[in-house]
Ligand binder design. Structure first.
Ligand SMILES: [Zn+2]
Length: 325
């Protein structure tokens, strides 16, 4: 580790044993289908797209073990990057995000149908039929830094509306995705403006804090109820947090991309901070100040753990108003 580089956060939750979910009737390891036998939504819930983010996998494991069945439609669950997850080492917990490349930057047809066969591309191709067919996608992630949960919606109004109706704690993040590749949530197979598909990504909190499991379970159950898969009465109360108040939505306007390895924030930012005045310096990059471009600027997921030139180290967002229900 370089001097000044942040050390890993403590690992406060144990990685779950998921081996019992490897065999599957779907023919794809770690992917399971729960059929109601009645018409209804085609829901896909994914965890471990990043191999070291297992709070969502703990929630999904508990959901499968509970034998709660959908009342309508079908619920498919997928533990995604198991190759990376199986390398998880609590002494080097940041190292198992992926094996060869980020599984959440591969979701465009040119990558999926093109050459190459790295570990993540092979797994993405296995998962693609389930991503293609779903009407509702919830992708469970967590964050490097300790921060309130985020529901990432993309820019389509139907996803923003669905997110606000969930009444999960935290913030709604409206964004365009990432320049370095397409997320599963942003896959355009059925997710374009004219389609009806709902697709959300949850950042449940810090990767290895117990509260992230609580937020992942809450979002999972609320998503299944809102999609119409489950009746509210069929959900054990311990899975659900109280309804959150109306949630501010933040529209991401600028990525801050590091230009050098000599990048440092000018504060202990963990995300969600609102910087009041335009022109406030939030970081130094090669000695040059990085300043906020407008008043009331929100810092979205600041992190230096992947620092290298060209990497986004924080995104800046504008508050687009209190979202009422
Ligand atoms: Zn992630």
């Amino acid at each position: 580790m370089k001097a000044g580089e942040p050390g890993p956060h403590p690992v406060l939750i144990d990685p779950p044993d998921l081996s019992r979910w490897e065999p599957s009737c779907t023919g794809v390891p770690y992917v399971h289908e729960l059929e109601s036998g009645r018409p209804g939504p085609e829901v896909l819930v994914t965890a471990l797209v990043h191999g070291n983010e297992y709070s969502g996998a703990i929630a999904l494991d508990a959901f499968l073990a509970s034998r709660i069945m959908p009342a309508r439609g079908r619920v498919t669950t997928a533990f995604c990057n198991m190759q990376a997850y199986q390398r998880f080492d609590p002494g080097r917990p940041d190292d198992s995000r992926f094996v060869d490349e980020d599984l959440n930057r591969l979701w465009d047809r040119s990558r999926l149908e093109g050459p190459g066969g790295c570990s993540e591309l092979r797994r993405a191709r296995e998962l693609l039929p389930f991503v293609e067919r779903c009407t509702h996608l919830l992708d469970l992630h967590s964050m490097h830094e300790s921060c309130a949960p985020l529901l990432v919606t993309g820019t389509l109004p139907r996803n923003i509306a669905f997110a606000r109706q969930l009444r999960c704690p935290g913030q709604i993040i409206i964004d365009q995705g990432h320049a370095d590749g397409v997320r599963m949530r942003d896959y355009q197979g059925r997710a374009g403006p004219d389609a009806a598909r709902i697709a959300l990504l949850l950042e449940a909190g810090q990767h290895w804090e117990p509260g992230s499991v609580t937020h992942a379970a809450n979002a999972l159950m609320r998503f299944l109820i809102q999609a119409g898969s489950l009746n509210h009465a069929g959900v054990p109360r311990e899975w659900l947090l109280p309804d959150a108040d109306a949630t501010p939505a933040v529209e991401v306007t600028h990525p801050v991309v590091a230009r050098s390895m000599d990048f440092a924030f000018l504060g202990r930012f963990s995300g969600g901070e609102v910087i009041g005045k335009a022109g406030t310096a939030i970081a130094l990059d090669g000695g040059e100040p990085v300043v906020t471009p407008y008043d009331e600027c929100v810092l979205v997921m600041p992190s230096l753990r992947q620092l290298r030139p060209g990497v986004t180290v924080v995104r800046l967002g504008a508050i687009v108003g209190e979202i009422g229900i």
